[in-house]
Design a protein around this ligand. Structure first.
Ligand code: GLY
Ligand code: MN
Ligand code: MN
Length: 435
């Protein structure tokens, strides 16, 4: 088994260095019931995974600042349960293979946490993430406090562990970058297959099947989120996941889909004609979005603020809307009045990592716009969504276009991890013609 324990140990050490005399507690994600006695495929909590690499439910982690120890709690080995549900490590193997200071049965968690709380000055939790677990820790803390008469010191402060972990997760380490790159490459392959296989008079879900088939065939067992396969006016519904319409010859198809590879997300959108050839109006909207996307990617480099990057995209999109005569007046005027918001109603992108919408803010601790730094990973996803309306030229009605790539900020600029999927009109038409 090839588990990169050094990576997780190094991350735990960083968290431990912030704890002083405190303890941090994290919990595995609970299993999610789908119906009666069947469950959704298990997905570990991203924070827990980031610090452990351990993929089992019913687990918890205590980081003890006083001793510098990492203690995993997990399920015991159980021959009967393993016959039904599959392998579990059990504490002994988990400790050895994942290099924890100690690993103990999850049944001992409450008793152990109580003893770690005694004498600790703070408790750090991912507050609000699993409210039942917050409650559990709070009750144990009350127990510890009740023993203060006997000279026991209970923690005096609860702190939100996400302050430290979000900052860490914002800058990806080399290992994460290699996984994000693979997630991007697999996602890109799936989009290419989708372009090659799309035909008029198929259902959207038939294209979704091609995406999922390609993800899984390349080792990405699950999509990073529900795939959006939206033809015609469905593309104007931002989170359309119904995917059950018949695709018409003259429709555009917007696909927003990404693979999850070893926990890391890809998130690509491409928009292309179902019949392989853009109409005049489709091409005009498409190129307005593409210009905005290329201008935005060209601006991404260290020390530029996210706000500045967003403004570049917004100005380019609004200029496009004016050129198409969908909006009138000046770019500044349309931005000031918000007239563009009917056609571009989301942000230019989001951090991407273990979560497709990855954690971390856009502002620093002083409330100043965050400056991009090497190792930050973001999507760049401008779009225009033109629903039918009397004040919009008819040729543009029901055209929705988004183009989305995943980029990492490098020393001097950025690298696009999802560049393999064709993006210009000519490239897309050529691919669809030659399939
Ligand atoms: N696929 C979700 C998004 O692009 O944000
Ligand atoms: Mn996205
Ligand atoms: Mn997306």
């Amino acid at each position: 088994m090839n588990i990169n324990t050094d990576v997780y140990q190094k991350r735990r050490k960083i968290v431990l260095s912030h704890l002083n005399n405190g303890v941090a507690v994290l919990f595995a994600a609970p299993e999610q019931r789908r119906s009666n006695d069947t469950y959704f495929a298990y997905r570990q909590d991203s924070y827990f995974y980031y610090l452990t690499g351990f993929n089992e439910p019913e687990s918890a982690l205590i980081l003890d600042g006083k001793t510098g120890q990492s203690i995993l709690f997990c399920r015991n080995k159980d021959q009967l349960r393993e016959t039904w549900d599959g392998f579990r490590f059990g504490p002994q193997a988990a400790q050895e293979i994942f290099a924890f200071s100690k690993a103990l049965p999850i049944d001992e968690f409450d008793e152990q946490l109580l003893s770690y709380l005694k004498g600790a000055d703070t408790v750090s939790l991912l507050l609000g993430l699993y409210p039942d677990q917050d409650q559990r820790v709070l009750q144990l803390w009350q127990k510890a406090k009740a023993q203060m008469w006997a000279g026991i010191n209970a923690p005096k402060q609860f702190t939100d562990l996400s302050l430290v972990l979000n900052q860490m997760r914002l800058i990806k380490d080399e290992y994460e970058l290699s996984l994000l790159k693979q997630a991007g490459a697999i996602s890109a392959k799936a989009h290419i297959v989708a372009m090659q296989k799309t035909q008029p008079n198929q259902y959207e879900y038939q294209v979704e099947a091609e995406l999922l088939h390609t993800f899984v065939s390349h080792g990405a067992r699950y999509p990073a989120y529900e795939s959006i396969v939206a033809s015609g006016k469905n593309a104007c519904t931002l989170h359309y996941v119904n995917n059950q319409s018949l695709m018409k010859d003259s429709d555009l198809l917007l696909i927003d889909a990404g693979a999850e590879f070893q926990g890391y997300a890809g998130d690509i959108t491409r928009t292309f004609p179902v019949n392989g050839v853009f109409s005049g109006a489709q091409k005009e909207v498409y190129e307005a979005v593409l210009n905005a996307q290329l201008a935005t990617i060209a601006a991404i480099k260290p020390n530029i603020s996210w706000q500045a990057v967003s403004d570049i995209a917004l100005k380019a999109l609004v200029q496009g809307l004016i050129d198409l005569k969908i909006l009138s007046g000046t770019v500044e005027g349309a931005i000031e009045s918000g007239a563009y918001k009917r056609f571009y109603m989301h942000g230019i992108g989001h951090w991407i990592g273990l979560d497709v919408h990855d954690v971390g803010g856009r502002f620093d601790e002083q409330g100043q716009p965050l400056l991009l730094q090497k190792g930050m990973c973001t999507t760049v996803e401008p779009g225009l969504y033109i629903s039918a309306a009397d004040d919009v030229p008819k040729a543009f009605h029901n055209i929705g276009v988004r183009i989305e790539d995943n980029v990492v900020v490098t020393e001097l600029a950025c690298e696009v991890y999802t560049a393999d999927v064709p993006k210009t009109v000519a490239q897309i038409e050529a691919l669809m013609k030659n399939q």
